[in-house]
Design a protein around this ligand. Structure first.
Ligand SMILES: [Zn+2]
Ligand SMILES: [Zn+2]
Ligand SMILES: [Zn+2]
Ligand SMILES: [Zn+2]
Length: 899
């Protein structure tokens, strides 16, 4: 039975009737996409209805200022806020009665809990300075009588809004489930200092000092302390050195950027305020939504917060975006001040020189860690190319150097033996022999003063080098090419490998090379030595495929019928991939029943079966909650768990302390019908992601109720057109193998060349290039064979064509543009992670995303990459320093014991 749906198959433009920021969405749309469907089709581009979801997202950044872990809190009554929000632009006459009203409400609504009351009385009695522990609207304000002598305490912009919204809801009798966590919405919560005077009048007593105010607990969040346990899971010496090798230079760059804040500052009052990091809150810039890491500027009247980059932009006279004028903001997209005095004086624009420099890190911890990082890298022989003065220092203690070399060697051996649990006696003997050979080499090197670090695997090519130093050699090779770009890591060139060579590198690891030797395919997901080959290509920014992952999954859980049975009645939005239209709020049964059965598929206006994908399901980060069994199944089967698990020691997102809002790293599902018969239509258009990801094919199916021959033939054709190599094509012709999805992954370094081509194609077709748009981030393009051919011919850019079959896991490096076309019906599940190798891409992408409009899902810096880098470096330095201390201690004990 079919379900013909005509009315619900909404076209994009008609969505403007839905409430929300849609008006803005439409005005932002590329001219290419808007009216001319024919021409768009000619371009093989199609409208990804990315912006549809934006209907539901409040465009009000101030409202999103803090992201709480608790969802109930995020669902603060939106409509009432909207109605009353952003009043500062209102004329003075309108503000006056509102103030009257506010005053009345001050009396009506302030209700302190017994606990708050007690604390308040204590502060009143002792007249001590205290950090604001209540939201502004709960603070005692001067009465009408003494209003002339006692200044009002400015309410932050959140509290003004919240206050109004609360009044609105209480009028309508619709009570919010107010939760004490709501208080942290307040911009001055735990930030502003207050004090009662002897007369019992409350006054603002400035802001906390970053050196005096933090408690030892506050310091422990930021300081490398050999006593505190590292936040991450098990990390050994080699892992720490590896992370420092890849992320250390980026930290130094971050450190220098922060130091620049002091030079940029303009306020004649150069005191720095300290904003304590509050559990579960991610502070974001009010202009660009980037996470505030450390130095930023705040308005001491309304709490407006501004990141370093936005401050710098204003100073250079640069606007964040050209379009998108918003109410309540000035021409630079800065929020206007909500303070009454500012409004009265007609000075609602925030000025550079009136903002207060604010830091989040406690005391001098950033500088302490920056210096420690360079010391640790020097001591532990981790190459550093940040080029700063500190990186040039040398150790002139030969005994210490020898001791550390011993420790490195031991840890390498441990890594080797612990990894090779399959090691036979023979290979152990082999290792021993190599070890002896190596000891001789070491002695030789020491005698001649050669800097020689033991190698992990000793072959002709790598003899005398460990993976860390050989990675460094590659850096040097490409360094000069990139020198002009400050802070940009020197990207390693992709490498083509031969089986003969890689088998020497990692004997016994089953694998093959696809894409002319550039794509590694590991075929035993559980092999303990996979990492050797994986890292060798991953550090060059190349994708990786690991097959046979399905062996460790319970595939019954991932069957479409299982999803239909468990979630068939739940409604969700669908997308018709043929035209990009949204099919909103369908019971998911309609999607799953048509998955394997064309006669049960939803029909479009013309009675044709739709080519559907399930949109964003499960929603948000609810996967583990909605499907705990499947979550557990996936976690135990994830390949390269040291990278992909949330606690993996090479997933540096695991270093983020518990008090920070954890980044949403998935898992996410991708469920869609196969579209081999429409070779110019992508299931997922070309785009890129800010973090690394692994995507696993857990189910591939083919409709059972129709002749499968045309579908199969189209699949083979798509694979050939897709540019797949001989080995891949041969694999897909095996009757036992059902090819699932065709991927094209492009190197991250080539993103700008791809942009250039797509912009050129747009111009060639007679369209204008809209400002603030980006052909990759807008996700409007699927590169068909013709566009890919042009990309290669004119720019020399070649992607990795990959066919993902059942049980194949595809690893996509951060920043690498990629697109997917489902050949057959696919269920895929993906998990994000943050590898040290691609940290530079994450860092610079965050910067790039600032300029994207709010309609982009990538716009907000949810990853908090700077915090992740900071805490990863902190953990590694802590572990290495502690290991060395312990070793010296034990050596000393030995000496003491002998004498
Ligand atoms: Zn407040
Ligand atoms: Zn900003
Ligand atoms: Zn202000
Ligand atoms: Zn440096």
């Amino acid at each position: 039975m079919s379900h013909p749906i005509t009315t619900l198959d909404m076209a994009m433009p008609s969505s403007s009737s839905t409430a929300g920021g849609v008006g803005i969405e439409n005005s932002r749309k590329r001219s290419l996409d808007s009216n001319n469907a024919n021409q768009a089709a000619l371009l093989a581009a199609r409208v990804e209805p990315k912006s549809i979801i934006e209907i539901h997202i409040s465009n009000d950044t101030a409202h999103k200022k803090v992201c709480l872990e608790h969802k109930e809190v995020e669902a603060v009554d939106d409509t009432s806020i909207k109605a009353a929000a952003e009043t500062p632009a209102a004329p003075a006459s309108a503000t006056a009665p509102e103030n009257e009203q506010e005053k009345k409400q001050d009396k009506d609504l302030i209700e302190l809990t017994a606990e708050e009351q007690q604390l308040d009385e204590e502060y009143r009695k002792n007249c001590t300075i205290f950090l604001q522990h209540l939201p502004c609207f709960k603070l005692q304000q001067p009465t009408d009588v003494d209003a002339s002598t006692v200044p009002r305490i400015p309410k932050c912009r959140e509290c003004r809004r919240r206050h109004i919204s609360k009044a609105a809801t209480s009028v309508s009798g619709n009570h919010n489930n107010s939760n004490s966590n709501n208080d942290v919405y307040c911009r001055f919560y735990e930030f502003r200092r207050l004090q009662y005077n002897a007369a019992g009048e409350l006054r603002v007593a400035g802001f906390p000092n970053p050196y005096n105010e933090p408690t030892p607990a506050d310091f422990s969040v930021w300081q490398p302390d050999e006593k505190t346990a590292p936040t991450a899971g098990y990390m050994d010496i080699q892992v720490c050195r590896y992370i420092l090798l890849h992320a250390g230079d980026q930290f130094c760059y971050l450190w220098r950027q922060e130091a620049e804040a002091l030079k940029l500052h303009e306020n004649p009052d150069d005191t720095i305020a300290w904003k304590k990091a509050v559990q579960g809150i991610r502070e974001i810039c009010d202009v660009c939504d980037t996470t505030l890491f450390n130095y930023h500027w705040t308005c001491n009247k309304c709490g407006f917060g501004l990141c370093l980059d936005c401050f710098k932009d204003r100073k250079d006279g640069q606007r964040l975006r050209r379009v998108e004028k918003e109410r309540g903001r000035d021409e630079y997209h800065w929020l206007l001040c909500t303070d009454d005095d500012a409004a009265a004086a007609g000075k609602q624009q925030h000025e550079l020189r009136s903002l207060m420099l604010t830091q989040i890190i406690a005391g001098d911890s950033l500088n302490v860690l920056g210096r420690l990082l360079h010391d640790v890298r020097t001591l532990w022989q981790v190459p550093q190319v940040c080029g700063c003065l500190l990186s040039k220092q040398q150790v002139d203690d030969p005994e210490l150097t020898a001791l550390i070399q011993d420790m490195i060697k031991e840890s390498q051996l441990k890594q080797q033996t612990s990894a090779s649990s399959l090691a036979t006696e023979q290979t152990l003997r082999q290792q021993q022999r190599l070890e002896e050979l190596h000891a001789k080499k070491l002695e030789f090197a020491r005698e001649r003063g050669i800097d020689y670090v033991p190698g992990r695997v000793w072959t002709k090519e790598t003899l005398g080098k460990d993976p860390i130093t050989s990675a460094f050699d590659n850096f040097k090779h490409i360094n000069f090419l990139r020198k002009g770009l400050a802070g940009l890591r020197r990207f390693l060139p992709p490498r083509a490998m031969t089986l003969a060579h890689s088998t020497q590198l990692a004997p016994g690891v089953p694998h093959e090379w696809l894409c002319d030797g550039k794509l590694l395919r590991l075929t035993d997901p559980m092999h303990p030595d996979n990492r050797v080959l994986y890292q060798d290509v991953w550090k060059c920014g190349q994708p990786v495929m690991i097959s046979e992952v399905a062996r460790s999954l319970n595939l019954d859980l991932w069957h479409p019928e299982a999803f239909c049975k468990d979630f068939g009645d739940k409604p969700n939005d669908l997308i018709n991939c043929l035209n990009g239209n949204l099919v909103p709020n369908q019971p998911m049964r309609h999607f799953w029943e048509g998955f394997q059965c064309i006669s049960k598929r939803l029909l479009d206006v013309n009675g044709k079966p739709m080519l559907l994908k399930l949109k964003d399901w499960p929603p948000g980060d609810d996967f583990a909650e909605i499907m705990p069994t499947r979550f557990a199944d996936l976690m135990k089967g994830l390949p390269m768990p040291e990278y992909t698990l949330r606690t993996g020691n090479l997933n540096i997102a695991s270093c983020l302390p518990k008090m920070f809002v954890p980044p949403d790293l998935g898992p996410k599902m991708y469920n869609a019908y196969g579209s081999a018969l429409h070779p110019d239509k992508g299931t997922t258009n070309l785009h890129l992601d800010i973090s690394d990801a692994v995507n696993i094919m857990v189910y591939v199916g083919i409709p059972k109720d129709e002749d499968s021959k045309p579908q199969l033939a189209a699949t083979q054709k798509a694979i050939a057109l897709g540019g797949c190599d001989y080995i891949t094509r041969a694999r897909c012709q095996d009757p036992d193998v059902l090819p699932g999805a065709l991927w094209h992954i492009f190197p991250a370094r080539d993103a700008d060349k791809i942009r250039d081509l797509l912009n050129r194609v747009t111009l060639e077709k007679g369209f204008r290039l809209e400002p603030d748009h980006d052909p990759i981030h807008d996700q409007n393009w699927y590169l068909d064979d013709k566009l890919r051919a042009r990309l290669f011919k004119e720019y020399g850019v070649e992607g990795y064509p990959i066919v993902q079959c059942l049980g194949d896991a595809v690893f996509i490096p951060a920043g690498a543009p990629h697109q997917v076309q489902n050949l057959h019906n696919c269920i895929k599940v993906a998990e994000d992670f943050v590898s040290p190798e691609n940290i530079t891409h994450c860092y610079h992408l965050t910067h790039e995303f600032r300029r994207l409009s709010h309609s982009h899902t990538n716009h907000e810096d949810k990853l908090q990459i700077k915090n992740i880098i900071y805490h990863a470096i902190k953990d590694c330095c802590t572990i290495l320093t502690r290991a060395l201390d312990e070793r010296i201690e034990s050596e000393m004990a030995k000496v003491r014991g002998e004498t």
